[in-house]
Design a protein around this ligand. Sequence first.
Ligand code: SAH
Length: 462
Amino acid sequence: MEHLPIFVDLKQRDCLVVGGGDIAARKAGLLLKAQARVTVVAPAISATMQQLVDEKQLTWLESRFDTQHVNSQRLVIAATDDEAVNDAVHAAATAKNILTNVADNPDKCDFILASILDRSPIVVAVSSGGGSPVLARNLRARLETLIPPGYSKLGELVARYREAVKQKFGKMAQRRRFWESVLEGPVADHMLAGREQLAESTLMQKLADPENETIGRGEVYLVGAGPGDPDLLTFKALRLMQQADVVFYDRLVSKEVLALVRKEAELIYVGKQRAWHAVRQEEINQLLLEYAQQGKRVLRLKGGDPFIFGRGGEEIDTLADEKIPFQVVPGITAASGCASYAGIPLTHRDYAQSCVFVTGQLKQGELDLNWESLVQPRQTVVVYMGLAGLSELSRQLQAHGMAADKPAALVQQGTTENQKVWVSTINELPAIAEREKPVAPTLVIIGEVTRLHNTLAWFKSG
Ligand code: SAH
């Protein structure tokens, strides 16, 4: 190991930054985060540094560096663009045994500033030994996805109860077991979901009754899995997918996404068939409830966004009635995913100032839509579940005044390797569907913007 990672307490300690540019400002900013008393020495300073001065966060000595500036400093950082000055700072500080960092010069650094993930009181520091700050930053970014901001509050909660837990459990092993059950269980879940009070009350209950495994368990995560490309999952979706005990999914969830679910989780397919829709939905609602009541972490994975033609509201309705905790994680809806991956901007200064999402699902062979609202000028219309009723859709839109040559597109299995896009007109679209036989799921997009596909398409499917 080239360096020993340590966390230094700099609260109200004097630290010196030599240099007034943006790099110096960034380093000063880090020291300020650690509540150090920072002095900056430089004949002139950048706007960023000036802002810190204006906000009275640090003191600026408007002068050239002088060896006496290092006196009584705990840490010294040299970040000027003049090598001779940086060397002079390093020499002066070293003569007084003060730890020094010279920007961009690993050989002259007694300490290096790590890439920091700040979830205070939890702090993760990543260092590449000064050799590759970019690599360290990349790694930090990955950790960012694994350690959500809620860890700050979780860290605070644990710190608050540390003493009480020590009182309760005499043995170290007991304490460890207790904290493991807190940090891998519902207390952490509640905190990371922003339910601070529930987290704390669950912790208190566990402390009063540590043998009771069921306290606070049982929750439903209603999670949007996006349109197919697993790269479009949110951090939160991924985190919850990796801690679920049981997963209910349907046919819109891609197998690539499903592959990211925790390996030990039980997978249950609840794909719907159009004809017995209504019964099934109630059954699903009931299943979610029953599993949560058994104390399981239940993941309901839905294609796209759960609250956009996803019946997400109904699924959590029962849970709300029964006071089962749940959280809803938005996903990228088919309209956004397909539009982006097909190079079709849903709105555009020149062509569309509004965009509406409608369902094209047939009821007894008919479409019950507000046709006038759909034939407005400068508007993009996105039709979900519109493939089966496409002829009727095309006919009705034209009957209500839409021009036969209104540009329109079909996007099959958007964002996946099977994505296909057909751009034509509202009049021609049914014939195209007849001929090309797009596979579900397919999205219909109507409006001038669809023509932009011809120039803006960028995504190449398999
Ligand atoms: N909640 C989902 C929509 C469910 S309705 C969401 O927010 O995306 C199902 C309809 O969504 C399908 O009939 C199809 O029209 C559309 N759809 C979903 N995923 C799609 C995809 N990857 N490509 C094209 N259309 C898709």
